[in-house]
Write a protein that binds this ligand. Sequence first.
Ligand code: SAM
Length: 218
Amino acid sequence: MQLDVFTLVPHAFAWLTEQRPVAAVLGDELDLRLFSYRDYTPLRAGQVDDEPYGGGAGMVLRVDVVAAALDAVYGGVPEHRVVALTPQGRQLTQEVVEELAADPALTLLSSRSEGFDERIVTHLASDAISIGPYVLSGGELPALVVLDAVARRLPGAIREESGAYESFSGELEGGLEYPQYTRPAEFRGWRVPEVLLSGDHARIAGWRAEQSRARSAR
Ligand SMILES: C[S@@+](CC[C@H](N)C(=O)[O-])C[C@H]1O[C@@H](n2cnc3c(N)ncnc32)[C@H](O)[C@@H]1O
């Protein structure tokens, strides 16, 4: 997958690219490019935003700046999906992550301050996604969330079985993962469920399915 992020803070992405699963697929299944709007702005002194028409607090990311960045990188609006990250977009779920991960190319547009000039969302983006019903100060954390969630669905990012039996996966009927435990088997009198120490794989699978269903029904 070719994943391009347009941002005002490209250096915010460095740490995630050093961590699995992103690090595991970078340069192989994932080609990540980070673009700063400031490098493409046609305005003087690196200007990218402006005061809102009609008045109000904060600055709005300009449509001509984003269009210039897309023109420079793609020669226009690309044919692949361009996602505007905004609290007003459709909510990111595992289903949406799977949809994005199946695309060969994906562009994420992030903003700061008061957000996008609406013409960016309407004419330059083809999709709008929110990572949750709350407002963050910028689109970098949402872009990192999308990047991590998508990267772990790419081949080779994680061991296949850990990706399969995860919360929201088809294997767990879209439900939550069962409880996990590791050593020690007992700590402060808190015992790991006996079934997990039994070595009986059929019983363990049955117990896990039951636990997953019970948690998901809550
Ligand atoms: C302070 S927010 C703008 C909020 C906007 N004025 C509103 O009320 O809907 C600045 C930027 O952060 C990003 N952002 C904030 N919260 C987000 C969320 N929940 N999901 C996706 N992006 C978000 C978007 O790129 C947004 O344009």
